[in-house]
Structures are given as C-alpha cells and as structure tokens.
Design a protein around this ligand. Structure first.
Ligand code: COA
Length: 328
C-alpha cells in the first residue's frame, strides 16, 4: 500500500424533471400531504420519465462528476454502481454505464441489495482499491424506484423517489481527502427491511407480483431505531479513526430517508441541526443515490468550503450502515 492521498476528485448529480407531489399521491392512495410531511418531512420527489432508465440517470451524474474532476472517461480505471433498481437483471448496470460513457474496457461491477447503504459501502471499497494502485474509480449511486415499487402500498410508496449521484475516487493533492470510513452489517436483521419476491426463495409469481412490481417489506419503527443507532455509532467511530471529534465536523450529509431520522442522528451526534444537510423535502428517499446527490447539492450550494470536514452516513436493508469522513 502506498501513502498517496486518496479522495473525492469530483462530484455530480442528476434528478429527473418530473415532480410527484404529496397531493398527487393523495389522489392515488389513502394518504394526505399532512401525514407525509409530519411523519417524513417529504413534500415532493422526482420520478423518471417513461423513456429514462437506471443507466440514463447514472450516466448524467457520472458526466457531471467527470466534468467537476476535469477528467475524461478514458481516465477511469474502474466503475462501481450501487443500485437496487438495475437497468436489467443481468448484466450489471455498470457495464451499460462504461459503454455509454465511452470509458476503456476497465472492470465494472454493481453493488446491489444493500439498499440505501450501497453507495458508502462502494466508496469504502473504492478507497482501498484506489490506494492500492492509484486507480481512478467512478462510484455511482442510482435508483429508479418509481418503476419497480408497489404504487398501491401507502406505507412505502410515498417515501421514495428517483435520482443519481456520483463521485470520482482517486489520488490527488487537490482531492477532498477521505480520512476514514467505517461500514458494518447486522445480518440477523434481514427481516426488517427488504424485497422478498424475485429471489430463489420466492420467485416472481402472479400472486406475489401481479403487475411485475416489488413489495417493500418494512418494519418502519424498528428500521427507524436501528438507523439512528448505527449511523451515529459508525459516525463516531469514523471520526475517532480520523483523529477528530464531533466538534470538528462542519457538515453532516446523512442518508435522506426521513427528516425525523435525520434530526435524531444530529441529536445523537450532538451536532447542531444547521450543520446537517437536508434535501429530503425535495427528493424523498432516493436509496443509493441519496448521499451522493445530497453531497453534490451541498457543495453546489456553497455549504462546503475548502478545509471543511464533512461526515457522510447512511443505512440500508441488510441491515447495513456506513460512515465516511472527508476533508475538502
Ligand atoms: N398515509 C397515511 N397513513 C399512513 C401511511 C400513509 N402514507 N402509511 C402508514 N399509515 C398509517 C398506518 O397504517 C398506521 O395506521 P394505524 O395506526 O391505523 O395502524 C399509522 O399510519 C401509523 O403508522 P406507523 O408505521 O406507526 O407510523 P410511523 O410514525 O412509524 O411512521 C414511517 C411510518 C415509515 C414514516 C416511519 O416508521 C419511518 O420513517 N421509518 C423508517 C423507514 C425508512 O427510513 N425506510 C427506508 C429505509 S432505507
């Protein structure tokens, strides 16, 4: 392993144009704007157009990240796409992205099934692989949840939205240095959040997926508690590994699942809420895209200055979690 500084060389994001409001949901299922806002903080979310698929969103975000890094696609050495809503079942979305970007015949792979934690898990892997051989690795988090989720289950459908975010992980003196990363999994909690149908245990059938859509199984309150507990514990551990304390954090960019979870994590970390970035009101829960989308927007809005310590944290089905500390 060498001592080259590894960090984020560029950030990018993309959201589809179509806006789906709470009022529109209340015409489709038994819900209301008041319920959704009070329980989640979500006001609207974006839905992909009929002719937009996962790779389309991913490529938009990837091009933005490459532009931000001042790199051409030929400079990439590897591509990882974190998604639970892939372009097709096989091959992986990353293969489509490689070709569409015009990258070389570099290795690509998807990190799927980790729910909303996939992006930070991928950054953790990319960091060590970049460090090993000075690679430039494109890491994308992307979801088109609107295409696959059950649109009649009010307890889950109102939570999610579509989007993509991307970073380039690699060596460079001007990179926003990744100081530490912590990821973890509690495999005894596979039952609290997931999608059952479609796997070998329960293949798709006319009964479990009449319209080809997926039912999200979710024990909302258990997920809520596990999310707060693991995101705050992993964040404190990552700060410790970086030799920093909570007082050194300039901005927290948490997974945007629910405003109440975001506020509870801020409280558990004892970080003032003005130092916690929130865009869940605009985009809902965009799964793997949530953290890189929020990070790119926070940077674009001037919420991150040179020298700032930014804490990224997420959780997802598995039950997985991850926290990454970056100095810009
Ligand atoms: N509109 C109106 N009512 C709804 C509703 C909706 N969209 N969804 C559920 N309800 C109802 C329930 O049926 C329940 O009714 P009942 O009391 O008659 O049984 C009531 O609202 C309360 O449901 P409950 O699940 O206890 O609400 P909650 O306060 O826990 O909030 C979540 C629900 C999902 C918002 C919350 O648990 C949560 O955010 N959990 C974390 C989920 C998450 O982040 N998932 C993504 C992981 S990546």
């Amino acid at each position: 392993m060498n001592d080259t500084r590894i960090g984020l060389l560029g950030l990018g994001a993309y959201v589809p144009e179509k806006v789906m409001t709470n009022a529109e949901w209340s015409r489709l299922v038994d819900t209301s704007d008041e319920w959704i806002v009070a329980r989640t903080g979500i006001h609207r979310r974006r839905f992909a157009a009929e002719d937009e698929n996962t790779a389309d969103l991913a490529v938009h975000a990837a091009r933005a990240a490459l532009d931000d890094a001042g790199l051409e696609p030929e400079a990439l050495d590897e591509i990882i796409v974190a998604t639970d809503t892939p372009e097709v079942y096989s091959p992986d979305t990353a293969s489509f992205v490689q070709h569409r970007l015009g990258a070389r015949q570099i290795p690509t792979y998807d990190l799927g099934g980790s729910g909303c934690a996939g992006f930070l898990q991928a950054v953790d892997v990319a960091r060590s692989r970049a460090r090993e051989a000075d690679r430039h690795i494109l890491v994308i988090g992307v979801e088109v949840l609107s295409r696959l989720m059950n649109l009649t289950d009010r307890s889950t459908c109102v939570l999610f939205g579509d989007g993509a975010g991307a970073v380039i992980v690699g060596p460079g003196d001007h990179a926003a240095e990744i100081l530490a990363s912590v990821t973890g999994t509690d495999g005894s909690r596979t039952d609290i959040l997931g999608i059952e149908a479609g796997g070998t245990r329960t293949p798709f059938s006319a009964e479990n997926s009449p319209d080809g859509r997926m039912d999200v199984t979710m024990h909302g309150q258990t997920v809520f508690k596990q999310a707060v507990r693991h995101m705050s514990a992993a964040s404190l551990k990552a700060l410790e590994r970086a030799g920093l304390s909570r007082d050194d954090v300039d901005l927290v960019v948490p997974h945007q699942a629910n405003l109440r979870i975001i506020n509870a994590v801020g409280k558990a970390l004892r970080v003032p809420l003005e130092k916690v970035f929130v865009n869940v009101q605009e985009y809902g829960n965009t799964g793997s895209a949530s953290v890189p989308l929020a990070l790119a927007q926070a940077h674009e809005q001037g919420r991150i200055q040179d020298g700032d310590v930014v804490l990224l944290t997420s959780f997802g089905a598995g039950f997985h979690w991850g926290s990454v500390v970056v100095r810009f």
